[in-house]
Design a protein around this ligand. Structure first.
Ligand code: ITT
Length: 205
């Protein structure tokens, strides 16, 4: 059986494949398909975006699809960056920042760090919703994973991706970017959501 994982984020793809690797499934990514369709993540929740992507990509490619939407919610920023996590640097959220020669992740982290300057409440959480949809069989399900933590005062570590150098998971005194991939998968939002999805997948394989 083939399942197409529809993320453009290499970090996510690595983490998903790592957890699901022992299933008897051939995982394809968008690198394995000829024509790339764009599905806009224009909804207000991770759940709606994940389901929208799973359904539209599965219809188009006529393959079972795993899609996900994830992000960081910071309490003192009213839940932002939230569904805007991937492009937080580009949304109008007050303040002007200089972003010369930086990657998207670096721009997002710089903006977050600046907005958090002097804030006492640094509570935040990562959330992931993973959706599976098989258009041809009409089967679909989704799972969610959450990882609580706090925003650090400076970036540390080189592992993971995205906001990991600034996210200290609950119960740890180091950032997510300082954990090994195995440790991250064990405690992360994505790790939890995908582990639950794996159990459901076993029912339809
Ligand atoms: P796809 O939509 O193609 O899957 P994306 O990077 O655009 O890839 P999202 O819209 O779901 O993905 O954005 C999620 C952003 O949230 C991502 O770019 C990171 O900045 C952040 N993020 C999500 N999970 C993360 C994790 O485990 N560690 C660090 N940052 C994470």
């Amino acid at each position: 059986m083939k399942i197409l994982i529809v993320t453009t984020n290499e970090g996510k793809l690595r983490e998903l494949k790592n957890i699901l690797s022992d299933l008897n499934v051939e995982f394809l990514s968008l690198k394995d398909v000829k024509e790339i369709v764009e599905v806009e993540e224009d909804k207000e929740t991770f759940l709606e975006n994940a389901i929208k992507k799973a359904v539209e990509y599965s219809k188009f490619y006529k393959l079972p699809v795993i899609a996900e939407d994830a992000g960081l919610e910071v309490d003192t920023l009213n839940g932002y960056p939230g569904v805007y996590s991937a492009r937080f640097y580009s949304i109008d959220f007050g303040g002007k920042f200089e972003y010369e020669n930086l990657s998207k992740d670096e721009k997002n982290n710089l903006k977050l760090l600046k907005l958090m300057e002097g804030k006492e409440n640094r509570k935040a959480r990562y959330k992931t919703v993973v959706a599976y949809y098989d258009y041809q069989k009409g089967i679909g399900f989704w799972t969610e994973g959450v990882c609580e933590g706090v925003i650090a005062t400076k970036p540390e570590g080189t592992g993971g991706f995205g906001y990991d150098p600034l996210f200290i998971p609950e119960g740890y005194n180091k950032t997510m970017a300082q954990l090994t991939p195995e440790e991250k998968n064990r405690i992360s939002h994505r790790g939890k959501a995908v582990a639950k999805l794996k159990e459901l997948l076993k029912c339809v394989l």
